[in-house]
Design a protein around this ligand. Structure first.
Ligand code: ADP
Length: 395
């Protein structure tokens, strides 16, 4: 968030006092702003031929339906692909142009950026794009028009920011424990970094916490630095829903487009082992997503679903202007009080949208046609071009 501080300087000169009062712009560390400025992106966009926009993304994650959806809406498409990983985009025929790179992270190289701009490309960011390109590079170096609010990506990446946004929205999250000594019921202990939940564990007391920490260390899954950064939260016993929303900044409206639940290895394998053998097998769970199931939620929970989406969008407008823009996802557990408890948020298209490449129950009800999340993004871009309001949805 931008802040201005008035600084008053008094200079004694020839016994007269000159007061210099000027505004000094500063950012606190935790409010880092990217170096890629909206004004610069808008100047690039002005040079674009709006009749010939290309929708581009990195060849991974949700690229298939982002590109297919773009074609359905009449755009040309481009995929930035690591050499050897182009097969799905060729075989499914979703990409008009291929930009080959040695490694995914090269998408931020000047040469690739120039190629994208020459195609009048609007890039759709997804989870792998952010992971491979690197968040700081997206914020500071990637000078290509992007769909959505690039400043919000940091809010999903940092656990404290994510918690701030969700709790300030008045949405229920698992309670956080500041000290392991305070553990008084089942908790889940998580560690930083993308490790697919390896080393995460469940325990119910401080003693058990200490024992499991030692066990994870001896397995080489965590080290002392990780222990210092352990995140401890209430274990929510419930069923998993990942709810895929789309916020249309053009219409100022939140849509629910689909839901999935995760298929995670090896936790979903472990629960297939009977209890006695589980104990003997002495396996530790990990939570690497290997697939997704489409789901629908009981209808009486839908008011809560919409309320959570609406609240988050309002809070995001305050915390990271202009706020949400396009797809976002709330990952939740529904407990037996029928309460939706959110444990994670994505502020861009989430991988679980792959469960409805041909539309979901909800997107069909909303649009009366097969609407994937990828297609919805391109529909928004198309509407913005028609209304001459691309500035609302591009950063
Ligand atoms: P990561 O982001 O490191 O993959 P997550 O926060 O998504 O980790 O958690 C991994 C899995 O653990 C989730 O998919 C969910 O099944 C489960 N989980 C996460 N938080 C809780 C919680 N507070 N209570 C119960 N299960 C949880």
């Amino acid at each position: 968030m931008k802040k201005f501080q008035s600084l008053i300087i008094l200079i004694r000169k020839n016994k007269n006092i000159i007061i210099i009062n000027y505004h000094y712009k500063f950012f606190k560390d935790d409010e880092k702003m990217g170096k890629v400025k909206k004004e610069d992106i808008m100047s690039i966009l002005e040079t674009y031929d709006k009749e010939n926009i290309t929708i581009a993304t990195l060849g991974s994650h949700t690229a298939l339906h982002i590109l297919r959806g773009a074609k359905q809406e009449g755009f040309r498409t481009a995929v930035v692909c690591e050499k050897g990983k182009e097969v799905p985009y060729e075989r499914f025929g979703v990409a008009d142009e291929f930009i080959f790179v040695d490694e995914f992270k090269d998408i931020v190289n000047d040469e690739v950026q120039e190629q994208l701009k020459a195609m009048n490309a609007i890039v759709v960011p997804h989870g792998s794009f952010v992971a491979y390109a690197g968040l700081s590079n997206v914020e500071d170096k990637f000078n290509v028009p992007m769909f959505g609010n690039r400043d919000i990506l940091r809010w999903e990446a940092e656990r404290d920011k994510e918690r701030k946004m969700i709790t300030e929205s008045g949405i229920r999250m698992p309670n956080k424990y500041e000290n392991p000594e305070d553990i008084d019921k089942a908790v889940m202990v998580k560690f930083p970094g993308a490790r697919g939940g390896q080393g995460y564990f469940i325990c119910s007391s401080f003693e058990e916490f200490q024992e499991k920490i030692e066990e994870m260390k001896s397995r080489g899954w965590i080290n002392d630095d990780d222990v210092a950064d352990a995140h401890i939260e209430e274990y929510v016993c419930g069923t998993n829903y990942c709810i895929h929303y789309f916020y249309s900044a053009l219409k100022d409206e939140v849509e629910v487009l689909g839901m999935d639940s995760r298929y995670e290895t090896n936790i979903d394998g472990i629960v297939r082992i009977p209890a006695q053998e589980q104990i003997e097998a002495n396996l530790s769970p990990s939570y690497v997503v290997s697939g997704n199931h489409p789901v629908v939620i009981r209808e009486s929970l839908l008011p809560q679903v919409f309320e959570n989406g609406d609240r988050l969008v309002e809070t995001a407008k305050e915390l990271v202007k202009p706020g949400m823009n396009g797809p976002f996802c709330l990952q939740c557990l529904v407990n037996d009080d029928r309460e939706i408890v959110i444990f994670e948020m994505s502020a861009r298209i989430d991988g679980g949208t792959n469960t409805f490449m041909n539309g979901s129950a909800y997107s069909y009800i909303q649009f009366g046609e097969f609407m994937s999340m990828g297609r919805r993004i391109s529909r928004e871009i198309k509407n913005a071009i028609e209304e001459d309001r691309l500035d609302v949805i591009i950063t």
